[in-house]
Design a protein around this ligand. Structure first.
Ligand code: CA
Length: 261
C-alpha cells in the first residue's frame, strides 16, 4: 500500500439470541479488513435471511483494501447497494419474505483510514483517549424526531416505536446509505453493535467494557451485560482494537459462537 501505515489490530466478536427472541436475526462478519453488523427484520425468519445476504454480499465483493481511502469508501458503498438490490429482489420473489430488510453498519480498514457504510439503527462507536464517540446516526423514526427537536433524548430510549426504522437495506429499490472515511490510530477501539446492545446498555458501560485489552473478552462482556439487563433483543458486538506497530500484523480472532463468518 502506497504511503499508508499498517496498524496492527486485534479483534473479537460475540452474538446471542437474547432472552426474549426465538431466533437470532443478527449477522456479522469479523474478518480483517472487513467488519460488519446487520440486524434483520421481517416475519418468518426473513430477517435472518436479509441480514445474512447483506453481510455475505460485502464478504463477496470487498476483498483486500486497495487504492486510496475514497476508492475503498466507494467499493464498500457499491457492495452495500448490491446487498440492497439482492435483498429487495429476494423479497419480491417470495411472498413470505416480502418487506424483509436489515440494518447494516460496516467498516473496511485501509491503513490508518477506515471506510464505513451505515443504514438503520445499528451503531459504530470509536473509543479514543477514554472518550466514547458514536460515529453513526440512527436511522429510526424516534432518532429523527430527537434530531428535529420534537422528542427528548431520554424519552426516545423508552419510546414504544423506538425500533421502527426510517431507513433500511432491502426494503426499497434504492437505499439511502451513509458512507464516510474515518481515521484510526494506535489505542483506538471500534465497536460495531446491534441495538440489542446499545438499547439496554448505557454508553458508560460500553466505554468501560471497551477498555478491556482483549477484544474477544470485551465483546463477550458487552453481550453478557445486555443479557444481564434482560436481553430483550438479539445482541451482537464486534470489537476491533488498534495496536502498536511493534506488534506488527498480529491479529487475534476468537469468535465465540456458531455464527462466525
Ligand atoms: Ca435488533
Amino acid at each position: 500500500m502506497r504511503g499508508t501505515v499498517e496498524l496492527a489490530i486485534a479483534y473479537g466478536a460475540a452474538t446471542d439470541v437474547g432472552k426474549q427472541r426465538e431466533s437470532n436475526e443478527d449477522s456479522y462478519v469479523a474478518r480483517a479488513p472487513l467488519f460488519a453488523v446487520a440486524d434483520g427484520m421481517g416475519g418468518a425468519r426473513a430477517g435472518e435471511v436479509a441480514s445474512r445476504l447483506a453481510v455475505d454480499t460485502l464478504v463477496e465483493l470487498c476483498g483486500e483494501c486497495e487504492g486510496e481511502p475514497d476508492d475503498v469508501v466507494e467499493l464498500l458503498s457499491a457492495a452495500a447497494r448490491e446487498g440492497n438490490r439482492r435483498i429487495y429482489e429476494a423479497a419480491e420473489h417470495e411472498r413470505a419474505r416480502h418487506g424483509m430488510g436489515t440494518t447494516l453498519t460496516a467498516v473496511m480498514l485501509c491503513g490508518t483510514r477506515a471506510a464505513t457504510v451505515h443504514i438503520g439503527d445499528s451503531r459504530l462507536y470509536r473509543l479514543r483517549g477514554g472518550q466514547l464517540e458514536q460515529l453513526t446516526q440512527d436511522h429510526s423514526l424516534v432518532a429523527e424526531m430527537v434530531r428535529e427537536g420534537r422528542l427528548a433524548a431520554d424519552a426516545a430510549v423508552v419510546h414504544p416505536y423506538r425500533s421502527v426504522l426510517s431507513r433500511a437495506l432491502g426494503t426499497e429499490p434504492e437505499a439511502d446509505i451513509d458512507a464516510q472515511s474515518i481515521d484510526v490510530e494506535v489505542g483506538d477501539v471500534l465497536l460495531l453493535c446491534s441495538d440489542g446492545l446499545s438499547g439496554p446498555v448505557s454508553p458508560e458501560k460500553l466505554r468501560k467494557a471497551l477498555g478491556v485489552a482483549d477484544p474477544q473478552k470485551a465483546a463477550r462482556r458487552l453481550v453478557d451485560e445486555a443479557l444481564r439487563r434482560g436481553g430483550p433483543d438479539n445482541v451482537t458486538a464486534v470489537v476491533v482494537r488498534f495496536l502498536e506497530g511493534a506488534q506488527g500484523g498480529r491479529q487475534s480472532v476468537a469468535l465465540d459462537d456458531d455464527r462466525r463468518s
